[in-house]
Design a protein around this ligand. Structure first.
Ligand SMILES: Cc1cc2nc3c(=O)[nH]c(=O)nc-3n(C[C@H](O)[C@H](O)[C@H](O)COP(=O)(O)OP(=O)(O)OC[C@H]3O[C@@H](n4cnc5c(N)ncnc54)[C@H](O)[C@@H]3O)c2cc1C
Length: 750
């Protein structure tokens, strides 16, 4: 709330209180009483509405309560007051919750004492509300708003309100009803009895609530402190003062001020996990893309959500995947552009000086900046209960984290994958990097061997070579990027080799060892044995799903070594448990994890029937040039029964690509000859990933090749390659017969 709004609110409250003291409120009540009597049968309804309004506007309701007894007698008066008071209290509670709760939760988050109290009220909400309602010390109209600001759950509040207000309501209505009778005869002694009863009950409740709040809050605070101390004792890295590398599981960080910021956001050292709130609509294990999107989306729709992350929120993509790798790639491209300036008439006085440490620091700075989006605080503000710890199923409906049990209606496994370890003898002892450790480097290795020529291997091999390492890229396959269009992969290979990377295909790695102070890989290439000496080894041979220790058997969730088994709707063998992201998919991309998570929210919480198999999945390898693909490959389309035709446009015929000096590469589109529907495509170009969106849209919207031709593209752009493919398709429609008809028509018109 803005300060100006807070001042206005305070003025309004003071005005109401002053008004109550100085205005002729009693006379108004008398007038109102006469009016209600005149209404007959709808009188009680009007009193309910007025009671609600008074409650919301801070007008104490005791006078109306007694008045209701006088007007309607004990039974009707009692019902009228219970309805009016409870509905009014609920309105005030929801108003406070809707407008101010988020702000209060934000304050609570940064103040351990306040947070403990808030959590305690959340956990023991029913008891707290009941006792405060019984106690006469806490004013009814104010308390409704105050409770709305705490973590107490709405159903607990409603029930405790109803029960807690019954004695006092009964007493006051009884007094009113007795007064009505007194007009006919003297008051009986019961009034006095009930008055005494409510007084002593209220006194007891006051003592109980004070003792209870103090004890619970103290206990919660102690628990929070123990958790923090426990984390330190268990070696969870709180950043060290001298900026040494720090590790989270397998992830290594360089440990400078930017990494400190990353850790503050994604694994806050002083984080205290919330107290579990009853049953959750959704509990998510894993705080990578799939987990974050599931949790934020579900919470945004009003679900009670818990998110569990053992390591760094943001998962692979933020910490050791897309984000750092793309920053490194960008710096390496700057090096390449500086070196190839001569082609554009830019001559540097000397070779560009490459500051690898500065490039890595830039990466850490940007990663820390981006990490705000995935931060624990942000997710707490979104309404998600964030638990830092390892999640594990204990039965099909319960997950344990940090010694706490979270019951769920639906759960999502989003535990991702990690770098697979190749079974090479001696490799572990020789030492090697994976994506989890390579980004902590601050010194460039002179000679780098990269094992694995998939997207990660190729992207990093090219980048490190451009920085100045001598890189050898090894694969046991016949080619690099084996999942891609062969011609496109060949274009990428040509450029990587031009950059200076040595690519060895069909390699068997026999063993690894130390020799003369350097690392050696013992290879068989073809039939030839070869020793490859290097200073560092990067392993990028695929991904292994994170399944260990998850308690999947206890959850009755089936899995294989390839990951959690899911049906087309992302549901596991336990119908209450879903999975999303790398842990269950062959599409191991951030955007795939994101898309799957959105389907999971709809399917798990709202009976939707969205199928992952319906997703049109694009992907891109960010080498230079980039290699991007979407939809069917030619072979897959044929297997699926399409009569496939393919059109290819080289960038050497695209003006902008020539001007940019980026004429290597092509765009290729597959379509169905019968319907002309676009089925799939590959682009290999410097900005292929950016251009691919147009093809993805065409396939998702089930468009035909005509649309590529009729869409106007700005000139000169490289995306014109797709328009040219559309034009080429239109020319195929110009058969000799059609050409003849056109010629006749034009001749006739002359
Ligand atoms: C070097 C590299 C570059 C990449 N580049 C790209 C790219 O450019 N574009 C792209 O689309 N994709 C890229 N990817 C892939 C992308 O990072 C992944 O597809 C994406 O991160 C998958 O998200 P996820 O949520 O499924 O899993 P993850 O991001 O792996 O998150 C899973 C999380 O679960 C946590 N976890 C595991 N077990 C437990 C447990 N028991 N309790 C609590 N928490 C647990 C882990 O700590 C982790 O944080 C790249 C990957 C790598 C390695």
């Amino acid at each position: 709330m803005k300060p100006s709004n807070a001042i206005l609110l305070a003025i309004a409250l003071v005005a109401i209180f002053v008004g109550l003291i100085f205005l002729p409120v009693r006379a108004w009540f008398a007038y109102f009483e006469t009016y209600v009597r005149s209404l007959g049968a709808i009188g009680p309804l009007v009193v309910v509405l007025v009671y609600m309004l008074c409650t919301v506007l801070f007008v104490p309701g005791s006078a109306i309560t007694i008045g209701a007894g006088t007007l309607f007698g004990l039974t009707t008066g009692f019902i009228v007051v219970v309805l009016g008071a409870n509905l009014g209290a609920l309105c005030s509670f929801l108003l406070a919750r809707g407008f101010l709760r988020e702000k209060v939760a934000g304050w609570a988050a940064v103040n351990p004492k306040f947070r403990s109290l808030d959590q305690a009220i959340g956990k023991h909400g029913f008891k707290m509300v009941l006792l405060t309602r019984l106690s006469p010390v806490f004013p009814f109209v104010l308390l409704n708003y105050l409770l709305g600001l705490t973590a107490v759950r709405t159903p607990a509040y409603v029930l405790a309100n109803l029960l807690g207000m019954l004695p006092a309501t009964f007493l006051f209505v009884y007094i009113g009803a007795a007064a009505r009778q007194a007009l006919a005869g003297p008051l009986d002694g019961a009034t006095d009895f009930y008055q005494q009863l409510v007084k002593y009950l209220g006194l007891l409740a006051t003592v109980a609530v004070v003792v209870m709040v103090t004890r619970i809050a103290r206990r919660a605070l102690r628990e929070a402190e123990q958790q923090h101390d426990g984390a330190v004792a268990a070696g969870m890295p709180l950043l060290n003062a001298d900026h040494q590398p720090v590790s989270y599981d397998d992830i290594t960080l360089a440990g400078d001020e930017y990494d400190k910021q990353l850790i503050e956001n994604c694994h806050p050292p002083r984080w205290s996990n919330p107290l579990p709130a009853g049953k959750y609509n959704m509990v998510v294990i894993g705080g990578g893309t799939a987990g974050l999107v599931s949790a934020a989306g579900a919470a945004g729709l009003g679900a009670k959500v818990a998110l569990i992350e053992r390591n760094l929120l943001g998962g692979d993509c933020l910490n050791v995947g897309c984000v750092p790798s793309k920053s490194v790639i960008r710096s390496a491209r700057a090096v390449h552009d500086a070196r190839s300036g001569g082609e554009f008439g830019v001559h540097l006085p000397a070779d560009p000086q490459i500051d690898f440490a500065a490039a890595m620091e830039r990466m850490r700075r940007l990663r820390a900046q981006i990490s705000e989006h995935d931060s624990a605080q942000r997710f707490r503000k979104l309404g998600v209960d964030v638990f830092i710890g390892t999640g594990r199923f204990v039965d099909p409906k319960t997950i344990e984290v940090d010694g706490k049990r979270l019951r769920f209606d639906r759960a999502v496994i989003a535990t991702g994958a990690r770098a697979a370890e190749p079974p090479i003898s001696g490799l572990a002892d020789t030492g090697y990097y994976t994506n989890e450790t390579i980004f902590s480097l601050t010194e460039l290795p002179r000679r780098l061997a990269v094992i694995g020529a998939g997207p990660i291997g190729c992207e990093l091999a090219q980048s490190f070579q451009r920085f100045g390492s001598h890189v050898t890229l090894l694969t046991d396959g016949a080619e690099i990027l084996p999942r891609e269009d062969r011609d496109a992969a060949a274009v990428v290979r040509r450029q990587i080799e031009k950059d200076g990377v040595t690519i060895l295909t069909g390699v068997k790695i026999q063993s690894a060892s130390w020799r003369d102070g350097t690392k050696s890989l013992w290879l068989i290439v073809g039939d030839r044995p070869l020793e490859l000496s290097c200073d560092a080894i990067l392993v990028a041979v695929g991904r292994t799903p994170n399944l260990e220790g998850l308690g999947l058997d206890a959850a009755l969730v089936r899995y294989t070594s390839r990951g959690v088994e899911v049906d087309a709707r992302m549901r596991t063998s336990n119908p209450k448990v879903y999975a999303a992201g790398d842990v269950c998919s062959r599409f191991q991309f951030t955007h795939a994890a994101d898309a799957m998570a959105r389907f999971v929210i709809a399917n798990a919480l709202f009976f939707a029937r969205r199928k992952a198999s319906d997703l049109v999945m694009p992907w891109c390898t960010y080498t230079d040039p980039e290699l991007a693909h979407v939809g069917y490959t030619e072979n897959d389309a044929r297997t699926a029964g399409f009569d496939v035709a393919t059109l290819t446009q080289s960038f050497s015929d695209v003006d902008r690509a020539l001007l940019d000096g980026e004429a290597e590469g092509f765009a290729r589109v597959h379509y169905d000859k019968k319907s002309a529907r676009v089925l799939g495509g590959t682009i290999v170009a410097r900005h292929a990933g950016e251009m691919l969106g147009e093809l993805t849209l065409a396939i998702t919207a089930r468009q035909t090749m005509k649309v590529l031709s009729s869409t106007i593209h700005t000139y000169p752009t490289q995306a014109e390659a797709l328009r040219k493919i559309g034009d080429a398709y239109m020319r195929t429609k110009l058969t000799p017969a059609v050409q003849k008809v056109f010629a006749k028509w034009l001749e006739w018109r002359r």
